[in-house]
Write a protein that binds this ligand. Sequence first.
Ligand code: PHE
Length: 448
Amino acid sequence: MAARGQFSTRFGFVMAAAGSAVGLGNIWGFPTQTASYGGGAFVLVYFLLAMLVAYPALMAEMIIGRYKQANVVSALSTLPSLPVLQKTGFAIACYAALVAGLILSFYTIVAGWMLANTAAPIAQMLGQPAWNEWLTTDSSARNIVLSIVFSLLTMAVIARGIENGIEAWSKRLMPILFVLLFCLIAYVLTLPGAIDGLKVYLIPNWSKVTDPGLILGAMGQAFFSLSLGVGTMLIYGSYLRHDENVPQIGLIVTLVDTSVAFVAGLLVIPAMYVAQHLGTAIYASDGSLIGGPSLIFQILPTMFDSMGQWGTLAAAAFFALMSIAALTSSISMLEVPVSVITERTSMGRLPSTLLVGTLFLGISLVIVVNFDALFGFVVDLTTKYSEPLLGIMFCLCAGWLIHRNALLATLKEGNPAIEHTVFWKIWPFYIRFICPLLILAAFIQTLR
Ligand code: PHE
């Protein structure tokens, strides 16, 4: 077997893993959930859950990957020694790779909308109103064309491998994302109405803390946001260099992800109140803040539109930011099934990328043409049900199937003094019992 790919630097790994984590979930999902669940109160609960549940679960995936040095299917099917458990591990891992692909399928459609909205203001600036119209009007033709474009971009990165594809592009795109985000915040905060939004975002409304939906929302959001439960962090962990300190680097990724979600709120919520100031309705009829597609594709564009040349530029920057966030996440989804195929068959990276990429693009297109029936179903199936259940499985595998000595040896590679850390004193026990139970408790609530 050819030598496995590897991230060449620590910075490269952090950009890639944070690139996977920072996605539409951060810039779109987090701010709108925060606004509807009482502002600062939600931020606080989210932060606690990210640290107490998502971080330990992230460690489970990264540690399995580091220990097994393999894709999710090979890793889970060789962790147990009993043949029946090996078969179970194999089945669970195949399902995880499928879920990664299904998330990619719906993500590709949404990312296509982002590309369309990035190109639309540019068409406007170039004096092409007809293109602008086509790009901003929802149609199957537009959605199909842009899903194909986005999927080709994702495949082009993955086909180039770990160091030249995932790492190189994450290192280029993530700094651009940070710069765009900060410039946009600086711009929006100067506009009238923005400060009202800032207050809604930052001042906790404690009466909402008792809302049973809040903890669930925060838990689901944390899982999706850290790309958990589908083997993404497992495969990225397996490409990490051996001298890296896994618990520390995982903590950095968690903190970057959480901070970007928080900072994105400083952009999106004030922007909504600027739109309100300009006369756009931002509350639905039931009194809740509008959060779905109409926020991103109607409220924000209307606001940018009414602000002249700078507004048009800001609109292009905003949707470019969304497109970049989506691309660094989608590559990490595609890498899961592609790594399974390249490592378990004799197929090379390029053909397997084309095969798997085309397969899930096909599913995207089926969803596009049956949008009302399928989109919500696939989103719920993958993010609401499958990710938490699979997350529990990864915790149990890491906790019960890696022998304590092997675990210690694996962690010692990057931190010889790990035995004396708080992490080593707590995590091995925590991941066996407490973390899976916490996820389960929240999951059961979802079913009620
Ligand atoms: N974390 C990404 C986001 O917040 C989504 C994602 C889920 C990426 C699962 C990879 C795997 O948008």
